[in-house]
Each structure stands twice: as C-alpha cells, then as structure tokens.
Design a protein around this ligand. Structure first.
Ligand SMILES: Nc1nc2c(ncn2[C@@H]2O[C@H](COP(=O)(O)OP(=O)(O)OP(=O)(O)O)[C@@H](O)[C@H]2O)c(=O)[nH]1
Ligand SMILES: [Mg+2]
Length: 400
C-alpha cells in the first residue's frame, strides 16, 4: 500500500536533484533541457504486484480465529531500500548532491552559506514533479494544489541544506503533508465511544455500515466484531443484507467463526425489521453493540436508498459508517458525497489499501468530503483493520 506514491515522490525528488545536475561542467550553464526521467522503468509495477496478498477466506478465518497472531500483518510492511542504480559510462561517480546545478545567483549564495534557496523556476520545476506524482496517485486536484501552495511558501521561506538536497526536499514534502493531514476532521474513536456507553449504561450501541457493492462491508463488520470479542465486549451482527445471494450465509459464517450471535431472516425480508430484532435481542441480553450490515447500493438506486432510509429510521444508528474501497480512486469521494445527501455519514472506512499502490484517497478523501476516515482495511484477515492516523500514512509514504 502507498508504495506507488512513495516511489513516485522519492523519484520526483531524486529526479529533480539529478535533473539539475550537470555531468559536463564546461557546458552546464548553457544546457537548458535535461532528460526528465532517469530512473529505470519497471520496478513500480513489480512492487505493486508483489504487495497484493491473496488469502483464502476460509483457511484464513480458521487460522485467525484459532490463532490471531498468524494473521498476515500487512500494515507493518517495511519500506524497501531503493535498488542500486547502474553507473552511466563516462559519468564521474559522484553523489546526487555533488552534481546539483543551480542558477548563478544560487551558486554564489551557496558558496557563502552552504545552503541554498531555489529560484522561482527551480521551485516550479520541483513542484511540477511532485504535483504529477500526487495526481497520478489519486490525491484529489484540490488537495494536491493545497499541498503545492504549502510547499511553495516553505521553499520560499527556507534555505535548503545543499549537501543533503534530497533529504531536505523530502522534508519539505513531509511537512506539507503533515499540515494537510492535520487539517482533516478527527473521527469518532468507536471503541472509546462504546466504552463510554457501556460505562454510562447506554447500550446497545448501534453501528450501521453502508456502501456500494463488494467494498468490504461484511468483512469489516466481522473485523470489528472480532476486535470487540477479543476485548471482551459483547456484540451481535444483524444480517440486514437480504438482497445479495449468499449475503446472509456470509454474515453467518463470520459470526460463527468469531463466536458472536447473528440475527437473520429470509432473502427479500425487510432489512430494517432484522435490525430492529437485533437491537431487541441485544437489549434483552445486555449485549453492548449491534453491528448492522446492509446491501451494497449505488446512490442512484432509489429502492435501495429508500430501504436504507427505513433502516436508519427504525434502527436509529449511533454511528453510520461508509465503507469504500480505496482502489475505486476518485469515484469514492463522489459516492460518499452523494450518499451523504441521503443519510448522515459519521465516518469512512477505506478498505483494500493493501491492493492499492496509489493510496492517494487516504490523503485527500476527508478533505474532499468533510467526513473523517476511521479505519483502513489492509487485508482480509480479521485483524487487518488499522485505526486512522496521519502517522500511519506518513510513515507509509515517506521514504525513510
Ligand atoms: N485485500 C483486501 N480484501 C478485502 C478487504 N476488505 C474486504 N476484502 C475482500 O473484498 C471482498 C468483498 O468483501 P465483502 O465484505 O463481501 O464486501 P461487501 O461490501 O459486504 O459486499 P456486498 O455485500 O456484495 O455489497 C471479499 O473477498 C473480502 O475478503 C481489505 O481490506 N483488503
Ligand atoms: Mg456484504
């Protein structure tokens, strides 16, 4: 996850530093154009492919239910060092920093201070490279431009250590990302929320999960049920997707594996009344949390939207979560915006981040929709759900 963006950013900075280089000192001042991309093509796709982990659901669930530590820890994937680059024939072996070419005025300043300010053109060239990396990685245009503006003022204000150009520029990218992520709205910590409700005897907490088809709603509910059960908190699953074939059996399968009750009915039955029954069941048995599944729906499907309104009216969820797959790219922001016209969404869970090398949604979706991300789904295992944190994103994106 994020590996594509991480590599793009790293390459953009290194390419900038290198493209300012002049391997032929005598002609350096006259040569206006330098090849843009000097790194070898190919490895990005390779790393994208390597990180997609395919698990057999059934085997996985068995293993994890009996031994959670066996679950693949996709979130903890370490950054791999950049592959060594071949030296070009005839080019003297020097560090990238030693090859940096600056404008004359920059050079003069550098000679006195050991640090430099980029000229306006140098700044624009650099920002262009970062801008392209972000846009290609699904960071929204609006958020990308915000990051560019932040970086531009940082570059204007700060002198860069000329001996450590790559690290200094990456530091500026990092600071701009920190600023952007800090501006996003903080979401509810659902586990703390549940604890509070338990302490104040205000249970059951009702959590409704909505979203398009196949985004990972049922799997995510199972992950949360697994986490609750592991912490000794009782919950019941409401199999309120009575629409898709095998949806009820799927919910039941996970509930049985995890060891939590499930309330179900027949296909075609009213999803709202199943949620109602699940809430009544929880009340009568002192169960703390009701996790309400729902059928995948598009914001254009009127019948399913009406059905969702009915679930909301009857179940009165404390928290409504939109589950969207990160791999859907910019479409997901539109889905959230459209859906939130019909129902109040409290948070987003972005799933399948392990399958999405771009990962830009994780940076921009909260800013674009105004709705916070609560968790990232990073695999199919029950413990592959990571609470949202800017540090998780930054540490995954920024080269060490
Ligand atoms: N790699 C990966 N796969 C996931 C993740 N979350 C869910 N999946 C897989 O995505 C597929 C669909 O997941 P479901 O939980 O059935 O999705 P859903 O939203 O309930 O689907 P519908 O009920 O059809 O609307 C399953 O194969 C899941 O195992 C994730 O974070 N990473
Ligand atoms: Mg489902």
């Amino acid at each position: 996850m994020f590996d594509g963006l991480k590599k793009k950013l790293s390459d953009a900075v290194k390419t900038f530093v290198k493209s300012e280089a002049n391997p032929v000192p005598a002609r350096s001042e006259e040569k206006p154009e330098v090849p843009e991309q000097q790194s070898a093509p190919g490895p990005e796709r390779q790393s994208d492919i390597q990180q997609v982990q395919v698990h057999n659901n059934e085997e996985n669930a068995k293993e994890i239910a009996s031994n959670p530590s066996e679950a693949p820890n996709v979130g903890a994937r370490q950054a791999e060092p950049d592959p060594p680059r071949a030296e070009k024939k005839g080019v003297p072996k020097q560090s990238g920093e030693a090859l940096v070419k600056f404008s004359l005025s920059t050079k003069v300043k550098k000679a006195f201070s050991g640090s430099v300010k980029l000229s306006e053109k140098e700044t624009d060239d650099f920002l262009d490279k970062i801008r392209i990396s972000m846009l290609q990685s699904d960071v929204s245009l609006e958020v990308t431009e915000g990051i560019m503006a932040d970086m531009k003022s940082r570059l204007a204000d700060s002198a860069i250590d000329s001996k450590n150009m790559t690290a200094a520029l990456l530091g500026i990218v990092r600071s701009a990302l920190v600023d952007t992520l800090a501006k996003t709205k903080e979401g509810v910590d659902i586990y703390a929320y549940i604890d509070d409700k338990i302490k104040s005897n205000a249970t059951p907490v009702r959590i409704l999960f909505i979203g398009s088809n196949g985004t990972g709603k049922t799997t995510t509910i199972s992950k949360i049920a697994y986490r609750l059960k592991s912490s000794g908190i009782t919950c019941v699953m409401s199999a309120s997707d009575t629409f898709r074939a095998a949806a009820i059996e799927q919910t039941e399968y996970h509930a049985n594996r995890i060891g939590v009750p499930v309330i179900k009915s027949k296909y075609g039955a009213d999803p709202a009344s199943i949620a109602f029954d699940a809430i009544a069941y929880a009340k009568s048995r002192g169960i703390a949390v009701v996790l309400i599944d729902s059928a995948g729906r598009q914001e254009t499907n009127k019948n399913l939207l009406n059905e969702m309104h009915k679930i909301v009216r009857i179940a009165q969820p404390d928290i409504t979560i939109f589950v969207g797959e990160s791999t859907a790219g910019s479409v997901i922001a539109e889905q959230v915006k459209d859906m939130s016209k019909s129902v109040k969404i409290d948070g987003i869970i972005l799933t399948k981040l392990d399958c999405d090398a771009r990962g830009g949604n994780a940076i921009s979706i909260s800013s674009v929709t105004g709705i916070p991300i609560l968790f990232f789904g990073v695999g199919e295992a029950y413990d592959a759900l990571v609470p949202y944190s800017p540090d998780f994103i930054l540490n995954s994106i920024m080269p060490n």
